[in-house]
Design a protein around this ligand. Structure first.
Ligand SMILES: [Zn+2]
Length: 353
């Protein structure tokens, strides 16, 4: 009896000893932070027109993406437990598939494709972020994209938002996203600014701005992955961001213009030659982000103005130059997929030439 009690106690002691020996190892394993692998993709590269990216106002996209990517890498490497790689380090052509294969071989947690924008009619400005339209790839891209957009917005760049685009084959339209997702790697395209619009040029012409963009991108990544840095003391371990739920079906782009666009002429002031216009618009699928106006019945339009997306109705002055006969206002409301709804024409009441 006594023997069995002694052996029972011994067993407990041995077990406790074993637990004691194993517990610290377990705790260490739990506290060891996983190393995050980040792949940065400097968009474009190489010779031949289609590899240069956008070329406007003395800016070359393929060179700018490299500068931003290098600055982003340098900044990200200040954080703990992160490995950072680029898909290209020289000005050479690399296919989108090969870029994704690089990320796959590195076991990347996320691929960030760095770009600058331009539009056919040179009318759009600001930043936009493209993400996959599918499941958890959408969720990750949309969550990161919102952090990224907020950071770029803090620099003063106008924010067009986080978007998806499906191609004809029913997959993600953009190759780098499609190729990454096919390899189980979340990927976003960061279109920082437009090289062909006067509104973004002052930013791009600011000395050191590309480095600032790289640091900004890195900060967004650090916040998303809740990184800490022994080097700088930055600590985003408690950073919280708005979570996005995994969509049940793929999230197609918005193919339709805003629901409506209505204008009225409130008053006309003959001293300032200003017509006070009230405009109402709404898009139930996407935010309305720009508007433009015409005072000559649609012959000419203003440059795109920023629409306060928190409001459905806004008022603004339209200056009518001398010599316009029967000034007639038409407004256009643009959603962030650049589709617009045009208002009915409205005569400026009380106008005398
Ligand atoms: Zn590009």
């Amino acid at each position: 009896m006594k023997k069995s009690i002694i052996s029972f106690v011994l067993t407990i002691v041995i077990l406790l000893g074993l637990l004691g020996a194993t517990t610290p190892i377990k705790a260490e394993a739990a506290s060891a932070t996983k190393n995050i692998v980040i792949v940065i993709d400097p968009g474009h590269g190489g010779t031949g027109e289609r590899n240069l990216g956008a070329q406007y106002n003395g800016f070359s996209e393929k060179e700018m993406t490299m500068q931003v990517a290098n600055a982003m890498k340098e900044e990200l490497e200040k954080y703990d437990n992160v490995s950072v790689y680029l898909t290209r380090t020289t000005d050479t052509f690399i296919s989108l598939e090969d870029r994704a294969v690089t990320a796959q071989n590195l076991n990347a947690d996320f691929m960030f494709s760095i770009h600058f924008n331009a539009s056919l009619e040179h009318d759009f400005y600001g930043s936009e972020i493209w993400t996959s339209a599918f499941g958890s790839f959408y969720k990750k891209g949309a969550e990161f994209g919102q952090i990224m957009s907020d950071e770029l917005g803090n620099l003063g760049l106008y924010q067009k938002g986080v978007k998806t685009k499906i191609g004809k084959t029913g997959k993600d339209y953009y190759g780098i996203i499609r190729q990454s997702v096919a390899r189980d790697i979340p990927c976003v395209i960061i279109e920082h600014a437009y090289l062909d619009h006067g509104y973004d040029l002052p930013f791009l012409n600011t000395a050191g701005f590309l480095k600032t963009l790289g640091v900004t991108d890195a900060t967004a990544v650090a916040k998303y992955f809740k990184l800490t840095s022994k080097t700088t003391g930055a600590d985003y371990s408690n950073y919280s961001f708005k979570t996005v739920s995994i969509p049940k079906t793929r999230l197609s782009q918005d193919f339709t213009e805003p629901d409506y666009c209505k204008v009225s002429c409130v008053s006309y002031d003959s001293n300032s030659r200003n017509a006070l216009i009230e405009m109402s618009t709404k898009d139930s699928q996407s935010p309305v982000i720009y508007f433009s106006y015409s005072y000559d019945g649609g012959k000419t339009y203003s440059i795109l103005q920023m629409w306060d997306r928190t409001k459905e109705t806004q008022s603004f002055n339209v200056n009518i130059p001398k010599g316009v006969v029967s000034p007639t206002i038409i407004c256009r409301a643009y959603n962030n997929y650049e589709l617009y709804k045009e208002s009915e024409p409205v005569l400026v009441t009380g106008y005398t030439n």
